[in-house]
Design a protein around this ligand. Structure first.
Ligand code: CAO
Length: 262
């Protein structure tokens, strides 16, 4: 009797990708008028990393909403450090993220190169996605836990202006623990942000909106509340769905009672 053959081992990711059919080369001008423009250096660079992260990390995106009615009132009373600096929701969000990272340290971690160890970080450096004319850049704001809302607002204004006008050095984009991608100034209700590896999670934020909610003390009454949509993408090798739900609940709780963040 012959011994059954051992099952073939599954292809590696590199083998699987190499076996995909190539994209067809199409002359689009056969179908109508076209114009070809070179892709910027930043976009080509970003594309390579986004593609690697998208295919190598098992992404799941958890959606939630935070009640920021009280935060909006607090924000409007906040004095900006200078006339060219706006106090937006973003610095409050950064502080809330740091609180949640401290509470759930697996979000402030990275797998090492072997994938066998999880490295927990004791510092809180947050990357912020900035939309620039040449493409997406992610400057890192260091030690967010030690900075005030006014300091974070000033730093955000300066670094996003530099990103748009002059670009950023690798140093200014390195060392992040967790990233935030805010489309709140533009719109949308939810999206799937791509994890900025070796980080293990990224928070996407869309435009706040008014939502009728039952009054807490008298559920027969309806209050209009300002809600912020949260989209948390996480690396499912490191983080479970329940952790993601807890992380978002913690964020929402901090944002709903923002005095501790200011
Ligand atoms: N809901 C409603 N309004 C919001 C908001 C939200 N969640 N977030 C910001 N706004 C408002 C601000 O209060 C501001 O209002 P005013 O003009 O009345 O003062 C306006 O929108 C513009 O804000 P902003 O974009 O200048 O400032 P910010 O601190 O919110 O964000 C920055 C700064 C740099 C993150 C942002 O300008 C940016 O580049 N966002 C794009 C990021 C991106 O492209 N992400 C996708 C990457 S792919 O994953």
């Amino acid at each position: 009797m012959s011994t059954p053959a051992a099952p073939a081992s599954p292809p590696t990711l590199t083998e699987a990708l190499a076996s995909l059919p190539p994209l067809p080369s199409i002359d689009f001008s056969l179908f109508g008028e076209v114009e070809s423009k070179p892709v910027t250096r930043i976009k080509r660079f970003t594309a390579a990393f986004l593609a690697r992260n998208w295919v190598t990390i098992p992404h799941v995106t958890h959606q939630d909403e935070a009640d920021i009615t009280a935060l909006e009132a607090l924000r409007r009373n906040h004095v900006a450090p200078s006339p060219d600096v706006k106090i937006t929701v973003l610095p409050f969000l950064m502080k809330a993220v740091v609180k949640a990272l401290a509470q759930y340290p697996q979000f402030n971690a990275s797998l090492d190169a072997t994938g066998a160890n999880l490295v927990f970080k004791k510092y809180f450096h947050i990357g912020i996605a900035v939309d620039t004319p040449r493409g997406l850049l992610v400057p890192v704001i260091r030690n967010v836990d030690r900075k005030s809302i006014a300091e974070l607002s000033a730093e955000l204004a300066a670094i996003s202006r530099k990103a748009r006008e002059k670009g950023l050095s690798m140093d200014e984009m390195s060392g992040g623990c967790f990233s935030i991608s805010s489309l709140g100034g533009i719109g949308g209700t939810a999206f799937t942000p791509i994890i900025n590896a070796p980080e293990v999670a990224i928070l996407g934020v869309c435009r706040s909106f008014q939502k009728p909610m039952p009054n807490r003390d008298d559920p027969q009454r309806i209050d209009w509340r300002t809600m912020l949509p949260l989209s948390l993408s996480y690396d499912h090798r490191v983080i479970d769905g329940a952790d993601a739900a807890r992380f978002c609940a913690s964020l929402a709780a901090s944002l709903a009672e923002p005095e501790s963040l200011a």
